[in-house]
Design a protein around this ligand. Sequence first.
Ligand SMILES: Cc1ncc(COP(=O)(O)O)c(C=O)c1O
Length: 259
Amino acid sequence: MEMSQNEKLDAARYIEADQAHVWHHLMQHQSFAGKGPMIAVEGKGLRITDINGREFLDATSGGVWCVNVGYGRDRIADAVCKQMKKMPYYAASGGNLPYIEFAERLTAYMPGLTRVYISNSGSEANEKAYKMIRALAHIKNRPEKKKVLYRDRDYHGTTIAALSSSGQQERKEWFGPFVPGFVQFPHACCYRCAFNKTYPGCDLDCAKAVETTILQEGPETVGGLIVEPITAGGGVIPPVAEYYQVVAEICRRDGVLLI
Ligand SMILES: Cc1ncc(COP(=O)(O)O)c(C=O)c1O
C-alpha cells in the first residue's frame, strides 16, 4: 500500500506513542527497541497491512489464533453494529435476544448438555467451571469435593487459578504462589510416554493414571478434571482413540466432573 507523507509521519508518531505507553503481553519490550512492534492497521481475508503500508499473510490469525473467520467480514461487522445500536449489553442476570439465540443453537451441538454461560475469555470460562465445582460441593453437602485434576502439558489460561491448573512449568515460573486445590496427572503424549511404554501394548497407563491420582487424593476430595481435548501449547498432542472413553468412565465412577 502506497503511503502519503502525512501517513508516514503519523506512523512515526504512533510507533513512538506505542513505545511510551503500551504494555505488550507475551513479548520482551526490548525486542521492539528502535523499530517498534508491527502495528496492524487493516485486514482483509488472510492479509493484514501494517502502519508502514507493508502487507502480510497472517498465518497467526491475529497473533494468538483467534481471528479464524478472517479479517473484514462485512456480514459479521454489520450484525455487530446493528446489535450495538439496538441493545449493546444486558447482563445474564436478565436475558437478551442474541444470547438466547446463540445458546439455543449451541446446545443443538451438545448432546446431553442444556445450558450455556458465555464468558469473555477461555481463562474466565475455566475460572467459572472451577467455581461451579466448588459451588456444587457446597450445595450437595460434600464440602471436600472441590479439587480439580489437570494434565501435565495442558494449558488452561492466564489468570491465577487457570495458571494454577496448567501443566506448563515455563509459563508458571514467575507467577506463584498458586491456588491450592489443583493436582497434576501425567500427560498422554505417546511420543514421550510418561511410562516408557508403546501403544497399543501400553494398557493405556496414561488414562489409568487418572484413577491412581484420584485414589491418592481421595475420591471424596476430587470434584473435577480439566483437559484440553487436544493439547496445543504443550506440543500438539492428540491422545489415542480410547483415551477419553477410559478417562470419562473413571470420572463417572468417582463422581468427578469432566471439564
Ligand atoms: C485450551 C485453552 N484453554 C484456555 C485458554 C485461555 O483462553 P484466553 O486466552 O481466552 O483466556 C487457551 C488460550 O489459548 C487455550 O488454548
